[in-house]
Design a binder for this molecule. Sequence first.
Ligand code: NAI
Ligand code: MG
Length: 356
Amino acid sequence: MPKKIVVIPGDGIGKEITDSAVAVLKKIDNKYKIDLEFSYYDAGGAAYDKFKKPLPEETLNAAKNSAAVLFGAVGGDKWDNVAPELRPEKAILGLRKELGLYANLRPVKTIDALIKYSPLKSDIVRGTDIVIVRELIGGIYFGEKCEREKYKGTERAWDLENYSIPEVDRIVRLAIKIAEGRRKKVTSVDKANVLATSRLWRRTTAKIAGEYPMVKLENMYVDNCAMQLAINPTAFDVIVTGNLFGDILSDEAAVLGGSIGLMPSASIGEHTSLFEPIHGSAPDIAGRGIANPLGTILSAAMLLRYSLHEEAAACDIEAAVDEVLAAGYRTADLFTAGFKKVNTFEMTQAVIGLIK
Ligand code: NAI
Ligand code: MG
């Protein structure tokens, strides 16, 4: 049975970078005989232009019935004046909700050849290899909220944070399973000294961790975690946390490696998962063939690992990316004198050439 991959290029550089990732996946399929089948669907501004909605039914149904979704990026100034509920970015929220994408995984791995781009000192950041597991469809972002109400003679607003035990259970289990395949350490991040939801989070986490004695569980307050990421990032293996803390910490961690153009991500659903680079549609460079495709290519590696359980194939892609960077290939975003300047196509071919 072919494994159906739904490709959603989206807007801006989305087509260029998903074309690259699909080319790499085709080469991998040739080598590992996975039997991949690709089909293309619209979302974001591209879908709005054709169908007057950012997430057509057809796209959603195809995504639901696929083995995995490879997503480029959506958005751009062209749709600035579109009604808020029809904006391109709504496609991402719709997919999250409809596919039940409950966990966002962001690996942060420093690549030796790029260490000088890191804002941290090389000896601190070298060897960093973290996976941040962020809860994605619960917590304060999705709780009840009030934009304005009268309160003690003035006005106030509020957002309600809530987590249930099953919500914490499934994401902590996922984090532990990821850690089992890595260095077997999970850092659960909360604010249990202040927040009731954090105390439930901590209780639930401790109970689940008891079932997995091979994995070491550590609890850390979010303020301390923000500091530790900057002063001792190599101490982390897998970090698991709620939606709000995860949003902030994952962006802090994303800059450690020094280049946002090569950061991949996975959003894990109960049935189908979605894979995309963390950057946006980069309208400023779209259509010129110069975008860095490596974040999307590494997202394709995550697709192989988490949706198709093709670990060797995933590692093959990651090793090829390390190698092209070590060999000095650089797209414009990372280029400095002395390196080999390449465009999107040439970078992709360089990666493909190393998959033998
Ligand atoms: P952006 O990530 O698209 O671009 C920021 C800067 O980084 C730009 O200068 C861009 O040229 C550069 N850049 C980004 N990816 C690159 C790559 N692969 N290679 C080379 N350079 C790259 O963020 P920005 O400008 O804030 O947003 C642009 C649009 O993308 C907006 O409409 C925004 O809403 C949307 N967006 C979409 C996301 C998604 O689809 N998941 C995520 C973030 C933003
Ligand atoms: Mg964010």
